[in-house]
Write a protein that binds this ligand. Structure first.
Ligand code: HEM
Length: 488
């Protein structure tokens, strides 16, 4: 028996590996002789044959909203950790440096998250603090679109315009006033590139050392993009720190996210009762998380919404009328349009939890070590809940509609009537929900007030999705934009 066990555990994998390599070499040789008949053998297929799946963890997928709520909200004690290796900062530091998204549930997470929600995203103080930055970003956006529209005839690259405006706004709430425009632009370019390549770093989530050997170029890219962030963010963080040390004072009303991070103390891992300041590496990661999450998500929702408005002039014209009539007050139809966009095109298509123990979900037991993937996209398009779920129908969120009164903050009391969860649920629900909702409504209301949005002649609006780090339009929206009033 022992001989058999030895063969199974030691010899057979070796034999299998050598055999696989021989097959790979033979296949590739034969491909050169008859290219159409033989499969391409590359690094990924050899690893698959060897049974190694880098970045892959046993996964259970949840598509049902009731099961999702039961797990994320009612069983929050077991569903509060994400899988390791989710962010570049964490991967590159081998888990030593953590950001809000990656830190395991516990006192460190509480400190980081509370800092964000009680300061930068405080529902009154934080959002009021962002108001002047928001107004400036809108003015620049409207002027930029008007210039690109060339009086109503030109095709406006909508994503490009939105990206510049939203990033400038978030850079201002992050670093405070007075960051040089060229530097903001360099940060935007670096962050956009970083988000583009981020999904490919998933291979480092498991067997990191092996993955680093096999994917050397990808690792170099990861290191390079992280260095670039350090080059760009650290001087600004240090500048803010020096300014404070030399007597610069920040009133609560003017504090930036970086100011709150400089004040913050987190639990000291080496000293059970001690607290410590954040390191440079942690701050760079947290700033990158803030800029990436606050820009990429809102940008995606606004672009999807405008695309739907271009395709549906009736909805656009009603939205314009209702926003004008509301005269700056809350507008139910505006809220309905944003809700429908979040339902139909959630920028974060799924949320993950990592199980640290066996747990029963629905009728199955999910084993320790499993990754549970909750599909927010499928939940928002569940035909058992929504009529014609693929259609863009904001009216479903108006009085009498099937989505009337749907709430996005899901506590145990609301758990029974959950129909969508674009911001996730449970303890790790998105902390940026209020900030994002305010900005989506603010920019959308102003963009339909300032312009009419039309298709570009000869160019179809394509609603195909690109499932990158955020779900965005595969083909960025171009629109013919006509100013409604003569802009000064
Ligand atoms: C339309 C806008 C947004 C959408 C749809 C969205 C969606 C999400 C989702 C689905 C999650 C995962 C929740 C879970 O695991 O249950 C999340 C987490 C998170 N979001 Fe957002 N988000 C948005 C805007 C923002 C903004 C503006 C920020 C600002 C920095 C932000 C920062 C974060 C952070 C830090 C987390 C991790 C929270 C934690 O682990 O405790 N998000 N978001």
């Amino acid at each position: 028996m022992e001989v058999v066990a030895y063969f199974l555990h030691v010899i057979s994998p070796l034999v299998l590996s050598v055999a696989t390599l021989i097959i790979a070499v033979l296949c590739n040789l034969l491909r050169h002789l008859n290219a159409s008949k033989w499969p391409v053998i590359n690094k990924e297929s050899i690893l698959r044959l060897l049974g190694i799946r880098l970045g892959d963890i046993p996964t259970t997928v949840i598509l049902d909203s009731a099961v999702a709520v039961d797990a994320l909200v009612r069983r929050a004690d077991a569903f509060s950790d994400r899988p390791a290796g989710g962010g570049a900062t964490t991967i590159i530091s081998n888990g030593r440096l953590q950001i809000i998204t990656t830190v395991p549930y516990g006192p460190h997470w509480v400190a980081l998250r509370r800092n964000l929600t009680s300061e930068a995203f405080h529902p009154v103080r934080g959002l009021a603090r962002a108001a002047p930055h928001r107004a400036r970003a809108l003015a620049a956006l409207v002027a930029g679109i008007a210039a690109r529209s060339a009086g109503g005839g030109g095709a406006v690259p909508v994503r490009e315009c939105l990206y510049a405006a939203l990033f400038a706004l978030n850079a201002a709430t992050c670093f405070g006033d007075g960051v040089d425009g060229a530097l903001v632009e360099a940060m935007r370019a670096a962050q956009q590139e970083f988000l583009r390549i981020l999904p490919s770093f998933r291979v480092f989530a498991t067997f990191e050392k092996v993955a680093r050997l096999l994917y050397r170029d990808r690792w170099k890219q990861l290191v390079h993009s992280r260095r670039r962030q350090e080059e760009l963010y650290l001087p600004l963080i240090r500048g803010r720190q020096e300014w404070r040390c030399t007597g610069g004072t920040t009133t609560a009303a003017a504090a930036s996210y970086v100011d709150t991070l400089l004040n913050l103390e987190v639990p000291d891992e080496g000293n059970p009762h001690g607290r410590r300041k954040l390191s440079d590496g942690e701050m760079v990661g947290l700033v990158s998380e803030y800029l990436g999450a606050s820009t990429g998500t809102v940008l995606a929702v606004l672009e999807w919404t405008l695309a739907n408005l271009v395709l549906r002039p009736d909805i656009q014209s009603r939205l314009h009328g209702e926003v004008e009539a509301a005269g700056g007050e809350a507008c139910a139809y505006l809220r309905a349009v944003v809700m429908e966009s979040l339902r139909r095109h959630p920028p974060v298509p799924s949320v993950q939890r990592h199980m640290s123990r066996d747990v029963v979900v629905g009728s199955t037991t999910v084993a320790r070590g499993t990754l549970v993937n909750f599909s927010l996209e499928e939940i928002g398009r569940d035909s058992k809940i929504w009529t014609s779920p693929e259609e863009f129908i904001p009216d479903r969120f108006m009085p009498g509609g099937e989505g009337e009164g749907v709430r996005l903050t899901i506590g145990t009391k609301e758990a029974a009537k959950v129909m969508m969860m674009p911001f996730g649920a449970g303890r790790r629900i998105c902390p940026g929900m209020g900030y994002a909702t305010l900005h989506m409504e603010y920019f959308l209301a102003n963009l339909v007030t300032a312009f009419e949005w039309h298709p570009v002649e000869g160019e179809a609006v394509d609603l195909k999705a690109d499932h990158g780090f955020f779900t965005t339009m595969c083909n960025p929206l171009h629109a013919r934009v006509v100013p409604r009033v003569k802009l000064a």
